[in-house]
Design a protein around this ligand. Structure first.
Ligand code: SD4
Length: 335
């Protein structure tokens, strides 16, 4: 009897430790078998997903994966809408916005930050080392310097040239800017992208997200878009799902876009339907004012279902799971 009890005890213990080690290695999947998963705005961000994947596929945390992943476009001088090499404001200054949010509703954000190549790292420090969520401008820079970040010139020769070109007419039109870039692009279709918003689910089924951008090119000095605003450019609710946005920040802010998408998923909508409903809300409120503007949302729910939807055609997202990496062009309201 006592042998049987010992046997049961031993097997229960060893099964528990086997389970624990498998769990830590990330060998257990959710019921749909698709975790981990990472999804980012714009097809061109497959490389960023691949970086995040290194962490996710080793059983790492989603928040670490998204922080690492979005640093790829932040460091890429050819990416003129994020970090180093981003297009400047109308005064020729590169000003950056970024935020991060984890599975416990911890969040951190920096906005109107100048001279720091990886604003997402500063946002994470805000999340972890301060009692605040948003730090802006000079204060955000001061905090970054106190935490060992270096100031560098983020305006590349190419972005300065684009700005000089823009100065000839100085028209602020969010839809002509992508065309100006396309004209100057050496990478063709690959350059058809913007802000990176990245969402991930790790092997534990936890969700996190990050969003980083140089904002709308040639914006007014001091302008802050949706990207660093929790609830607008990014929102994560670990019980329900996560959403992020790209496009004209003012329109996204007006409806608290990413939070709206998550709340729609809470009501039972599939991520694609939730993104669509949010875009339709913008259209209903703004009618003709948005007929030429772009806004795109992507979302993922707790089950790992995902989707995206945009105002205009041309928006895409990149997704990576254990089955590989792909680019999906979203459906849109207007063609
Ligand atoms: C912003 N949503 O600053 C960002 C930039 C962007 O297309 O995605 N532009 O409004």
């Amino acid at each position: 009897m006592s042998n049987r009890r010992d046997f049961l005890k031993t097997t229960t213990f060893s099964s528990f430790f086997l389970f624990l080690s498998q769990y830590q290695k990330g060998c257990f999947k959710d019921s749909s078998g698709i975790f981990p998963l990472v999804i980012s705005t714009w097809g061109a961000n497959q490389k960023a997903n691949a970086e995040a994947w290194k962490i996710l596929s080793n059983g790492g945390r989603a928040v670490d994966a998204v922080e690492k992943g979005v640093q790829i476009p932040e460091a890429d001088p050819l990416d003129q809408s994020v970090g180093f090499g981003g297009l400047p404001d109308r005064d020729g200054k590169v000003t950056l916005d970024a935020c991060i949010m984890d599975e416990n509703a911890n969040c951190g954000s920096v906005m109107f930050l100048e001279g720091v190549k990886h604003p997402i790292q500063v946002a994470r420090k805000v999340m972890e080392k301060t009692p605040h969520i948003h730090l802006a401008g000079e204060g955000a820079l001061q905090f970054a310097l106190e935490n060992g970040f270096k100031v560098e010139n983020l305006l590349t020769a190419a972005s300065e040239k684009t700005w000089q070109e823009w100065l000839k007419h100085s028209e602020y039109d969010p839809m002509t800017i992508p065309k100006l870039l396309e004209k100057q692009s050496k990478r063709g279709q690959q350059d058809n992208h913007d802000t990176i918003g990245m969402l991930a689910i790790d092997t534990n089924g936890n969700l996190s997200g990050a969003c980083t951008t140089s904002g709308m090119a040639f914006k007014m000095r001091g302008r802050v878009g949706d990207s660093p605003i929790i609830g607008a450019g990014l929102f994560v609710d670990n019980e329900i799902g996560a959403a992020t946005a790209s496009g004209v920040g003012e329109e996204i802010l007006r409806i608290c876009g990413s939070h709206t998408v998550v709340e729609l998923m809470r009501q039972g909508l599939h991520p694609l339907e939730a993104c669509k409903k949010a875009v339709e809300r913008i259209v209903n409120k703004r009618t003709n004012a948005v007929k030429d503007l772009q806004v795109g949302f992507i979302a993922v729910n707790k089950k790992g279902e995902y989707g995206g939807y945009s105002l205009q055609t041309g928006f895409s997202y990149a997704i990576q799971t254990k089955d590989g990496s792909k680019i999906i062009n979203t459906e849109s309201k207007f063609n």
